[in-house]
Design a protein around this ligand. Structure first.
Ligand code: IUR
Length: 434
């Protein structure tokens, strides 16, 4: 007979837990046959003593089996792909990448999250579009993939219930930042999508959770190792996250910037992330002979308007009226006919002549959070119209209080303008499966 106190003691002593012991722990968590203090004690023992790779794999497998696992028609074999990002400021990659991959012939059942803390959530961005419904059952997801090729939806109660319990206990026991617990949490939620290929967008820098490159590399290696052993062809891209991805941060402004990108008028750093991540996925699922060929295919899907057409179809299928979806995807759209504009707008001016040496994405995100763009606890309402548009680029010369938009540092809630500036590459390294 296994007992939870014995398992906690075993991990406390730094011993390896067997697959059956890990299954027993997760089963107890899912059935509620464990006290919260015991779950917390086990998580703390794992946090302190760590796990070997086989334990992390067993934990991920046990977690993914704690609820429903999605399955797809056999004709889709090899085509089902997704991306996971560790989160950034102004990170709207999913909104462009999902329809672009659909346009390349992939099936993309993207299950995303809401924003918490300083990073925004893809679901919140999409919910700034009136009518967009992120609540879709597994059966509805299959229908969306059949008709559109992609969807962006929220986690349902039936998927990975063990992660919900473990994550909330981790957050109250200071055990969130364990490599093994992060790996199993992220991958169990991707593995239930029964993916053929997965790409991980691992960020590091001032505005990322992971501050240094070495930490990001360690997380990427852990995720890539376990995911490939689970049967998902998985690679990772390490990228800098110091300022803002693109020019806009805040929910409805990011939707506008994503639509501009799908219309071929997006910022270069966003397009670089989309084509690099998409190129790797096309390579991993066998649709491209190399990452660069894949990147080119993704770029073509945006340039041709095929990705925009998929985004329009996805909006319509997920509850947006045909008229609104058509208007948002038109070439000369007045976005604020559909999306809410902030009631108050402020244009910030430089206090002195100078050169922009730094843009601190974390500070910007925290300001927007305070203004209502983000939430501090799950379930808190947010204001979708709060946002900022950067009007200057790194290295740009500014003059004191000079009138004109280019001289101001940032503008809150302002519409998007097309003075996109080529930044240097954000991407540092790609990690492929062995
Ligand atoms: N995202 C997840 O899905 N799980 C985690 O543990 C973290 C981020 I940290």
């Amino acid at each position: 007979m296994m007992s939870i106190p014995d398992l906690i003691r075993k991990k406390q002593d730094g011993l390896k837990l067997s697959d059956d012991e890990i299954k027993f722990f997760i089963k107890s968590v899912s059935n509620g046959n464990i006290q919260e203090s015991q779950t917390g004690a086990m998580l703390m023992a794992i946090w302190i003593k760590g796990m070997v790779a086989t334990e992390t794999m067993a934990l991920t497998q046990a977690m993914l089996s704690s609820g429903e696992v999605m399955s797809w028609p056999s004709e889709w074999a090899g085509l089902v792909v997704d991306k996971h990002s560790t989160g950034g400021v102004g990170d709207k990659v999913s909104l462009v990448l999902a329809p672009a991959l659909a346009a390349c012939g992939c099936k993309v059942p993207m299950i995303s999250g809401r924003g918490l803390g300083h990073t925004g959530g893809t679901l919140d961005k999409l919910e700034s579009i009136p009518g967009f419904n992120i609540h879709q059952s597994t059966q509805q997801v299959q229908g969306l993939l059949d008709r559109v090729g992609c969807c962006i939806v929220g986690q349902t109660e039936t998927l990975v219930p063990a992660d919900r319990v473990l994550y909330s206990t981790r957050s109250i026991t200071s055990t969130v930042d364990s490599l093994h617990l992060i790996t199993s949490s992220i991958l169990s939620k991707k593995a239930v999508e029964s993916l053929d290929a997965l790409v991980l967008d691992i960020k590091f820098g001032k505005a990322a959770f992971q501050k240094d490159l070495e930490g990001a590399r360690k997380l990427a290696r852990s995720l890539v190792g376990v995911a490939n052993k689970l049967g998902m062809r998985t690679g990772a891209v390490l990228s800098r996250m110091d300022a803002v991805i693109g020019r806009c941060a805040g929910n409805s402004l990011e939707v506008i910037e994503s639509l501009e990108t799908l219309k071929g008028r997006g910022p270069e750093d966003l397009m670089e992330l989309v084509t690099t991540l998409g190129g790797m996925l096309l390579l991993l699922c066998g649709k491209a002979s190399s990452q660069s060929v894949g990147s080119r295919t993704v770029l073509d899907s945006v340039r041709s308007g095929a990705a925009l057409a998929r985004f329009q179809a996805m909006m319509e299928e997920q509850g947006v009226t045909k008229e609104a979806a058509q208007e948002l995807c038109s070439t000369h759209c007045d976005y604020h006919r559909i999306l809410r504009r902030a009631n108050h707008q402020v244009e910030l001016q430089a206090h002195a002549d100078g050169v922009v040496l730094d843009i601190d994405g974390l500070v910007l995100a925290e300001v927007l959070h305070q203004l209502g763009a983000g939430r501090s606890v799950p379930g808190e309402p947010i204001n979708h119209s709060v946002g900022a548009e950067l009007l200057v680029s790194l290295g740009q010369r500014v003059e004191k209080e000079q009138s004109g938009r280019l001289q101001s540092a940032l503008s809150l809630g302002a519409p998007v303008h097309a003075h996109m500036h080529a930044p240097h590459s954000l991407i540092v390294q790609s990690i492929y499966p062995e």
